[in-house]
Ligand binder design. Structure first.
Ligand code: FMN
Length: 176
């Protein structure tokens, strides 16, 4: 899973938590779903503002990203850790140091056991221009931080494999 930092304002201050249970779930309109424990400090801000950000760090930011997933904004002020910028949604602080940041408007939060499913619409995406290639993310340059679970390990992006919606075209089912 790619690791993101989830940002929300709480008590007028930005707070960021690490999350890996995040997925794109729709293209038009662009939607995401995040599995977040509603007890996390960040979730108080998400519910209060009905907004949050998802910021994609690079693998070389692993130490600060891990720290944001260890300490809680309830006890430790995480508001000064990153340079924050703002977009159109109030309550969705974004991180200048991250390659890509998305502003998300909360549509629905549904409890499922330990975590809740936060479903949101992506309102806009901001990118660091030097990490784009022809207006699209250059994944080699971005080098997203990846996470495997449950043994809890961080990884970097590996080798390119093939073009999607293309490589399978010549596949011949052989039967069992
Ligand atoms: C690699 C990693 C991935 C994590 N993924 C999630 C996640 O997907 N959902 C979640 O609720 N917590 C996740 N956490 C835990 C929160 O980031 C952590 O509890 C954090 O301290 C909450 O911060 P807050 O209380 O300031 O919101 C993750 C932590 C790490 C280190």
């Amino acid at each position: 899973m790619p690791v993101v930092l989830v940002g929300a304002d709480i008590g007028g201050k930005p707070n960021f938590m690490t999350a890996a249970f995040v997925a794109i779930t729709n293209v038009k309109p662009p939607m995401v779903a995040c599995g977040l424990n509603p007890k996390h400090h960040t979730c108080d801000g998400i519910e209060a503002n009905r907004a949050f950000s998802l910021c994609l760090p690079s693998a070389d930011q692993v130490e600060v990203v891990d720290w944001c997933g260890i300490v809680s904004g309830e006890k430790t002020d995480k508001s000064e850790v990153f340079t924050v910028f703002r977009g159109e949604l109030s309550g969705a602080p974004m991180i200048e140091q991250c390659a890509l940041c998305a502003e998300c408007r909360l549509v629905q939060s549904t409890p499922y056991g330990l975590d809740s499913l936060f479903v949101a619409e992506i309102v806009s995406v901001h990118a660091r221009p030097e990490l784009l290639d022809g207006g699209k993310p250059d994944w080699k340059k971005i080098s997203p931080l990846l996470f495997t679970f449950p043994e809890a390990s961080y990884w970097k992006l590996g080798d390119y494999v093939a073009k999607a919606w293309h490589v399978g075209k010549g596949y011949e089912p052989k039967g069992r």
